[in-house]
Design a binder for this molecule. Structure first.
Ligand code: SAH
Length: 371
């Protein structure tokens, strides 16, 4: 018995584990892991579940959903909004998610420039006139490098309990493997794509010729295309309506980068200050001739947790009265600060006016007291 199919004889209870829709979404996720598209559009996105899964794929910077039913999209679109944690720790990548209300039978420039377009269980919902326009809109106009289309395989239907004509009352048709493949091969030929057929939901052992419960075509564009040329060659009027847009906080945005750098600089300075002060306290208790070396040893201990820290002699922090001075060079040598800023000048620019510095601007000043 196949691992994702549990049933005894045909027409008996058939159960897929995981459920078939999850296998379809996982198929798309695997495709994303393989091809690493930056821009992904899901056509017929319904309640945005696939989009929600895809927002966690770190390669994706632009996600778009399109559906002819605004109400179905709106049901769970709030799940696509950034969470407080996204603001607390902005991601290094940028991510914009937009939902459009419209039909795949119409062209809209907002659908240009995508790398991957997914059409999961969509085509069987299209009226004949819409299905006719679909290849020109998706392969001709949107022309992404990859298109994935899934649709029910009607040959599997006798194995599904309770299915008479179609699996869903809104399905306008359900195709056999031969019907889907001939439609897909013709679309691929017309628009210069290659197509490979696969699916999810294995048939029971001994009935392999029935094929997958969900049949899938993965289309790969054969010719190269650049985003800019697409925009200029295809002037089209906007017809879709934007129903949702979320721009995730990202370190690519200067204001979030500045917040992150300032927090990290203060955090790093406080660690150094605390090390220095506990060393001072110890020194007061027992006279230690190796004072500064002990500080170096403590910083080395922290470097195991924070990454490699190089502190040369001129960069050592010192105490003056009630203030601790921590050279910016020292803070910059901490990998996280270093990686966030890229160069020392950028560090100085980002913290200017946000962190208390010594009069010459070379060191962060903190009170000797623990805050
Ligand atoms: N892709 C989702 C939902 C499939 S149901 C999934 O795999 O779970 C099909 C969806 O296509 C429905 O939400 C329906 O509203 C939408 N749809 C039907 N005709 C459409 C059209 N012409 N343009 C865009 N979306 C359409």
């Amino acid at each position: 018995m196949d691992k994702n199919f549990q049933g005894q004889e045909s027409a008996q209870v058939v159960k897929f584990t995981p459920p078939l829709y999850k296998q379809r979404y996982q198929f798309v996720k695997d495709l994303v892991e393989k091809y690493k598209p930056e821009k992904v559009a899901d056509l017929g996105c319904a309640d945005c579940r696939l989009l929600w899964m895809l927002k966690f794929c770190s390669c994706i910077e632009v996600l778009a959903g399109l559906d002819i039913s605004a109400s179905v999209m709106k049901e769970k679109m709030h799940t696509l909004s950034p969470l407080p944690v996204d603001y607390l720790w902005p991601s290094e990548r940028s991510l914009t998610i937009t939902l459009y209300h419209g039909s795949v039978a119409h062209k809209d420039p907002c659908m240009l420039g995508f790398d991957l377009v997914t059409c999961m269980e969509l085509i069987e919902h299209l009226e004949e006139s819409e299905l006719k326009k679909f290849p020109e809109v998706v392969f001709g106009f949107m022309a992404p490098s990859i298109v994935v289309i899934s649709t029910p395989n009607s040959e599997f239907n006798p194995l599904l309990p309770g299915v008479k004509l179609h699996r869903h009352p809104d399905h306008k048709f359900e195709w056999s493997q031969a019907e889907f493949q001939s439609w897909a091969l013709e679309a691929a030929r017309c628009y210069d794509y290659s197509v490979e057929f696969t699916g999810v939901g294995h048939p029971p052992t001994g009935m392999e010729n029935v094929g997958f419960c969900t049949q899938i075509g993965v289309f790969i564009r054969k010719y190269p295309q650049t985003g800019e040329s697409v925009q200029s060659v295809k002037p089209t009027e906007a017809v879709y309506k934007t129903v949702f847009k979320a721009v995730y906080p990202s370190l690519k945005d200067e204001k979030y980068l500045q917040n992150a750098v300032v927090s990290e600089v203060i955090f790093t300075a406080q660690i150094i200050r605390n090390l220095l002060m506990s060393q001072h306290e110890e020194e007061e208790e027992e006279e230690d001739p190796e004072g500064k070396c002990k500080f170096q040893a403590s910083v080395d201990f922290f470097s195991d947790h924070l990454g490699k820290v190089v502190v040369d002699k001129s960069m050592e922090p010192f105490v003056n009265g009630n203030e601790v001075y921590i050279p910016l060079e020292t803070i910059f040598s901490f990998p996280k600060v270093n990686r966030l800023c890229g160069n020392f000048e950028k560090l100085c620019k980002l913290i200017a006016g946000k962190v208390t510095l010594s009069s010459d601007g070379s060191a962060v000043m903190l009170s000797t007291e623990h805050e």
